[in-house]
Ligand binder design. Sequence first.
Ligand code: MSP
Length: 639
Amino acid sequence: MSRVVYLTTPIYYINAAPHLGHACTTIFADAMARWRRLAGDDVFFLTGTDEHGDKIAQAAAKAGVTPRALADANSAAFREAWRQLGITNDDFIRTTEPRHAAVVQQILQTLYDAGEIYLGTYGGHYCYGCERFYTEKEIVEGACPDHRTPLAWIEEQNYFFRMSKYQEWLVGLIHERPDLIRPERYRNEILGFLRDPLHDLSISRPRTRLEWGIPLPFDDRYVTYVWFDALINYVSALGPLDGARHRKYWPHVEHLIGKDILKPHAVYWPCMLKAAGLEVFQRLNVHGYWGLGGGKMSKSVGNVVEALALKDTYGNDAFRYFVMREMVFGLDADFSEEAFVGRLNADLANDLGNLVSRATTMIVNFGGGRVPAAGVSAGSATADAWRKALADATAAMEEFAFHRALAAVWEFLGVVNRYIDTTAPWQLAKSPERRSELDAVLFTLAQALHGLGIVLAPFLPEAASKLRAALGQAGVPTLADAAWGRLAPGTTVAKLPALFPRVERATGATPSSNRPPTARGEHASPATTGQTPLVTMADFGKLDLRVAKVIAAERVPKSKRLLKVRVALGTEERTLVAGIAEHYAPEALVGRSVVIVANLEPATLMGIESQGMILAGSVEGTLAVLTPERDLPPGAKVT
Ligand code: MSP
């Protein structure tokens, strides 16, 4: 059944050029918008720019231009980046547009009239860089925790929103709607934050200090605080609050944000909506942060990955794929060009590109370039694998788990690649009496490619449309068309040899100074001997070691060494791939408590994503997994 979906990205500050982080959120949103449209939904997809505040005013003054001129130029850079990345947003909102200011002022006036806003005095440690006050608790050695610069003590009269009175209501709402904030770790983080008293929110800045903002409608000596201004973009983009577009889309809003702006979205925003008499958003979907070489990407360090550099070097689809496959939605990920090239070669050139090339070539060479009329039962193993991939990808997309949706499709690619190896159509083609067997195989391959050409479209739009063109398909497909067997016998098929050419090595399209070495895949490796460098407590503290309970274990097919292990970790379950099959029978592990590294970057081993590592000691061929000496609940931290 078709649904209405309103999907938003954060509106980006225009003081930085679009980089990997901005592109990541925008690509996630774009893939989701495309997926929902494919499913037949009525989608409205919004992105935009956040243009008020000190930083812009200061940068404009420095450049000798007006804030508006700077805002126009920098906002255009975002719009252009998204155009080049093929982003299919339906609207682009700027906080400097009159349509936005009108709604901000309307909401402020409503809240003021209802007594939700009052004038008070505020004194605090202020960072001009962050445009915000810091509490005593947050300050690091007297300085801003982010910029490391001294803070200024500012005391001034400001308007406050009575946010504190919504604390109990908000906690109740989060309990009532378990998927309001997801993944769960962020819901827990907010519930933890709400255990302390919630304060009223200062929502104005005196114009004497800051001119570049939206004036308060009831006191023009003040402008609106940037967050109060920015969050309202999600509403203002839909036009008047009593208009048709608002009524249609607002009840279906899904926000997508990075974890850095969790608090304003999960705390301020629902309270603001409630006070203004507007419905609270349906869900807040939160992804983690991209780092570089284990550290933060930052303009000042000069290691920012430009949004367009990778796309220019490797192509748009490869960039999209890497972002969505490498980052486990909700967790942080580390960027390296080596990992990017690794995925491009293994997943796109090998698994997908080779399959498409082999299958289309065989249909052309052995089948005369047409889908044979073969009576293959819909119950074939490949058809079953396709149905499973479709169901798994659909379920994953419901949770914004883009990495899992792609993993499900890639599992299917593995099935089809093995199907070709075992059926060996080139052998069948040698014996005319085996024609019907050959036709059955070619028919199956054509159906597999047809399904892939549809389901991959939201993720790899260019490759998917090439694939559909090679199968003689025109027009806009729907997810229902991806059902097995929908490609009609007799359809012409053309060879598609180089969907994703292999790349020999990283070109250095991204900053190299912080490029980390890629050490992927080796789990439960034996202890090293000899000199190892000393680590600090801070280094050690980066590891998240946890007690986990094994709930299932099985051998990884075709591997001597690997076990696939499912563990419970308190609030969640994980799948781990461990190199311990030569030392433990799977059934001997079930029920045991083990210790795992819970924040290890996921790695794919034999097609299975390992979401952590089981700790084990080993000496001369004897290996033992670590086990807590007393009973501890799953999830207990190991320090
Ligand atoms: N203007 C505010 C948001 C207002 S929304 C009502 C803002 N802008 S921002 O330009 O700083 O963008 C922050 C967002 O960009 C993050 O929430 C995330 O979506 C994306 N990212 C920026 N850097 C990122 C990474 N290093 N990694 C992943 N995403 C990141 O905050």
